[in-house]
Design a protein around this ligand. Structure first.
Ligand SMILES: Cc1cc2nc3c(=O)[nH]c(=O)nc-3n(C[C@H](O)[C@H](O)[C@H](O)COP(=O)(O)OP(=O)(O)OC[C@H]3O[C@@H](n4cnc5c(N)ncnc54)[C@H](O)[C@@H]3O)c2cc1C
Length: 381
């Protein structure tokens, strides 16, 4: 088995680049946003067979065992590879099970996540509990060896493509909100589960609603102990935030803007040049901020609350660039699908649509600013 961490950075980068160049299907390169399992599964199988499905997982669990430095190179080299429904299991639940799961849960679920057989959705948000997640009301009541779950989740990404969901449920109503929440693993094929798609503005059904009607979930599916769900879920959010800050999406969007602007003759327009320069500098700033957090992560230092800045900057910059692409496309700005700008085919509208929710998912910009105000600037609440 190759020890990737022992390779030089350059050799490792080349190895990853070569594999992607040879095997990553051309038609998936054009996808911006989420992939369905039908689109993703052949490519995922190739990664799995190569032993590259879970770059950050330790080798004993079938991962590549990459250290932080090599992991950052790996993520960088994926460039235009969009996420598919394996994401929840590989990036979110897997690390949580390694930290909080029982040996039996690890032995059963981790190999099935790795192979893509089980795909996991994140069942946190509810119609009345998004930013105020601790207010969630989906309830799990113990009945012998099972929990009986009733309630509704919403905005579940890939809900229709996933086989399971890790769900936050209320298991004690008599204590402080955060102290009465548990983390449950639910098979979406269980009796009483209904998953319905929600069509988004881009016409896709990435989002779902999940309804639980007297769903019986084995007690053994509890992760991290009764009423420990808040602690478990916080560990998981930490993983998400650093990944969102990778500047590659903004760099690719800036590249699309430049391609459109060139053909539209906008580099002769001083106003546009000003706006383009500002965006290019914003992306540079993002890259520098990301590099700083990566550096901390590489050294094993704690990532503080100021990482919220990275999420705000990455997502709001992406929106600004995509707005400019629509502007730059002129009359074609409202046309759906790929549009030819010289020898480049650019989708103008879809990235604009799908960059809108990036400032909402994984904690809205307002909530990130609240975090910064409270924990970084220490402003009075
Ligand atoms: C792309 C995407 C993917 C998602 N995937 C999932 C998923 O897989 N699983 C899942 O469980 N959830 C998912 N979500 C849901 C997401 O977590 C919630 O949308 C988010 O937490 C916001 O909650 P909400 O939509 O209920 O909005 P609300 O919390 O109702 O907020 C509405 C508005 O009020 C503002 N606001 C709320 N509270 C405050 C405050 N205290 N101070 C200032 N402003 C405030 C918000 O910023 C926002 O602008 C996803 C969302 C998106 C956009």
């Amino acid at each position: 088995m190759t020890d990737w961490n022992a390779m030089s950075d350059q050799a490792f980068r080349q190895e990853v680049r070569r594999f992607y160049a040879e095997h990553f299907p051309a038609h998936l390169r054009a996808v911006i946003g989420y992939l369905t399992w039908a689109q993703q599964q052949d490519w995922y199988r190739k990664l799995y067979e190569r032993g590259w499905a879970a770059p950050s997982w330790p080798r004993e669990h079938g991962g590549m065992g990459l250290d932080t430095n090599k992991l950052l190179i790996f993520v960088d080299e994926r460039l235009d590879a969009a996420r598919g429904p394996e994401f929840g299991g590989i990036v979110m639940l897997g690390p949580v099970l390694m930290k909080f799961g029982s040996p039996a849960q690890q032995a059963y679920y981790l190999p099935r996540i790795l192979s893509g057989e089980d795909r996991w959705a994140q069942g946190y948000s509810e119609p009345g509990a998004g930013s105020d997640l601790a207010g969630l009301r989906t309830e799990a009541v113990l009945d012998g060896d099972h929990f009986v779950v009733n309630g509704q989740k919403i905005w579940t990404t890939w809900g229709l493509d996933c086989t399971h969901a890790f769900v936050l449920v209320r298991t004690d109503k008599s204590v402080k909100k955060q102290a009465g929440i548990s983390f449950l693993l639910i098979d979406l094929g269980s009796h009483g589960v209904t998953v319905r798609g929600i069509r988004n503005i881009a016409g896709q059904q990435d989002f779902c609603e999940m309804f639980f009607d007297n769903v019986r979930v084995p007690k053994d599916n509890l992760v991290g102990g009764l009423n420990q769900g808040w602690t478990v879920s916080k560990a998981l959010v930490g993983h998400e935030r650093l990944l969102i800050g990778n500047p590659q999406h903004c760099q690719l969007a800036l590249d699309r803007l430049a391609a459109v602007a060139r053909v539209q003759g906008l580099f002769d327009d001083a106003g546009f040049i000003d706006r383009f320069a500002q965006l290019a500098l914003d992306v540079e700033d993002l890259g520098a901020t990301y590099a700083r957090f990566c550096d901390l992560a590489r050294r094993g230092a704690a990532i503080g609350a100021d990482v919220s800045m990275l999420k705000i900057w990455a997502t709001e910059t992406l929106q600004r660039i995509n707005e400019q692409i629509v502007e730059a496309a002129g009359d074609l700005g409202a046309t759906e699908g790929l549009i030819a700008f010289g020898d480049r085919a650019v989708d103008v509208l879809h990235p604009f649509y799908i960059s809108r929710p990036t400032t909402i998912g994984a904690g809205t910009s307002e909530i990130q600013r609240n975090i910064m105000a409270k924990f970084v600037l220490e402003l009075p609440g």
